[in-house]
Design a protein around this ligand. Structure first.
Ligand SMILES: NC(=O)c1ccc[n+]([C@@H]2O[C@H](COP(=O)([O-])OP(=O)(O)OC[C@H]3O[C@@H](n4cnc5c(N)ncnc54)[C@H](OP(=O)(O)O)[C@@H]3O)[C@@H](O)[C@H]2O)c1
Length: 368
């Protein structure tokens, strides 16, 4: 049962940079969601964030108590990737809906276990692909899928940043590295634009001795899709910030940048070319975290399956797993073809103004 004024009450699991810097402030921008609790291992965050947002704080050891408390309807899980499953499955089993940060999990088996728990319990599970509620992104996807640029044939993308050696992303091998962390952005985008799933994957990685993270810090991935369509993208933890993608169709092209980021000054924009015509489109900055949360809460309130459900999350994780196998073996990996999905629709777009972000408490930015 939602709160008295009909809003979905969220418990936040993990008070790290994305929770403090985006999700928690963003919830206040929505009209159908409220913060109700924080689960944290840090007593200072427990005290200060609970006071700041007027919510209760729980320790990880008391997570089950929170799930049974009647104080929340949903959790937002924003722990490191290797700690997603342990918070998602108990929540679903307790009848609590789950908004889960990407990537869904570090293994396909964990994705299947979450999907099975959601199906068995009827609790809703959405992977937090914030761009699925971002109006500019949805416009690009709709135009490409409507055939405005002809048959989409080629996708290329670059997404790079410099991650600090002290961050957990630099300490847990491939599972925390650039492919699972950043790969879902270009990967999810090309899957939406092609409306299809890859059938073959190959990858090359490099290890910069100045950024030793115990795994490939920069990875280039090539994907084959049915219908003679190709894609390639590069993700990196050891290069300055950069983000772009280009989709070339038989009759035109779309070039987008910024296309994956969020927050202050990040207005999703793209250039659309068709014949002699070339037009720039820039969308207003929106609070993408408010947008995805409002959309998920609406799905809960109206008893609808969220578009970015567990199946959607698994489809990216299965490609990430194939990329890891390709890197380990040096050989291309064949993927079973699964039919494409309808993808995110314009009706999922939400336009909330950007929230003010309070000063972070005991959490450093993951990037330099
Ligand atoms: N959608 C997006 O744009 C976006 C952007 C960045 C990250 N993400 C995703 O969000 C999740 C969290 O990322 P983040 O950048 O917020 O990470 P982060 O700043 O490192 O925060 C993770 C938090 O998880 C908690 N935690 C529990 N066990 C931990 C452990 N063993 N090691 C480290 N922290 C632990 C800590 O919170 P307490 O101190 O409160 O216990 C920590 O602050 C990841 O799945 C990531 O892929 C999504």
């Amino acid at each position: 049962m939602p709160s008295e004024d009909g809003k979905i009450r969220y418990g936040v699991v993990g008070g790290g940079s994305i929770s403090q810097g985006a999700f928690m402030p963003g919830v206040g921008q929505t009209d159908n969601s409220v913060l109700a609790a924080l689960v944290t291992g840090d007593p200072q965050k427990a005290e200060k964030l609970a006071a700041l947002y007027g919510i209760k704080a729980y320790r990880y050891e008391d997570y089950d108590k929170l799930l049974k408390s009647g104080e929340i309807d949903a959790v937002y899980v924003a722990t490191p990737n290797f700690r997603h499953t342990e918070f998602v499955i108990p929540a679903l089993e307790a009848g609590i809906h789950v908004l889960l940060e990407k990537p869904m999990a570090t293994s396909e088996a964990d994705c299947h276990a979450m999907i099975e728990a959601a199906n068995r319990t009827g609790s809703k599970l959405m992977v937090a692909y914030r761009l699925h509620s971002e109006p500019g992104t949805l416009e690009i996807i709709e135009r490409v899928r409507a055939g405005e640029f002809g048959e989409p044939r080629l996708f290329t993308s670059t997404f790079t940043q410099t991650v600090k050696a002290s961050n957990h992303r630099s300490k847990h091998g491939f599972a925390a590295g650039p492919v699972p962390d950043m790969g879902p952005y270009p990967l999810n985008m090309v899957r939406q634009l092609f409306g299809d799933e890859p059938i073959e994957v190959t990858a090359f990685g490099s290890k910069d001795p100045k950024h030793d993270i115990g795994t490939w810090d920069t990875v280039t991935v090539a994907l084959r899709f049915p219908g003679e369509r190709l894609a390639h993208f590069t993700v990196s933890y050891s290069l300055p910030d950069s983000e772009r993608f280009q989709l070339i169709g038989s009759e035109g092209e779309v070039e987008a940048s910024p296309c994956f980021g969020y927050g202050e000054g990040v207005a999703i924009g793209y250039r659309a070319k068709r014949g002699d015509s070339c037009r720039e489109h820039v969308h207003p900055v929106v609070d993408q975290f408010a947008g995805e949360t409002a959309y998920f809460s609406a799905c809960i309130l109206n008893d609808q399956t969220p578009e970015a459900d567990g199946q959607e999350g698994w489809r990216d994780v299965r490609v990430v797993a194939a990329i890891e196998r390709a890197l380990q073996t040096g050989r291309p990996q064949t993927l079973e073809h699964v039919p494409g999905r309808r993808g995110p629709q314009r009706s999922q777009a939400r336009e909330f103004p950007l929230a003010k972000v309070p000063e972070m408490i005991d959490t450093e930015s993951p990037t330099e």
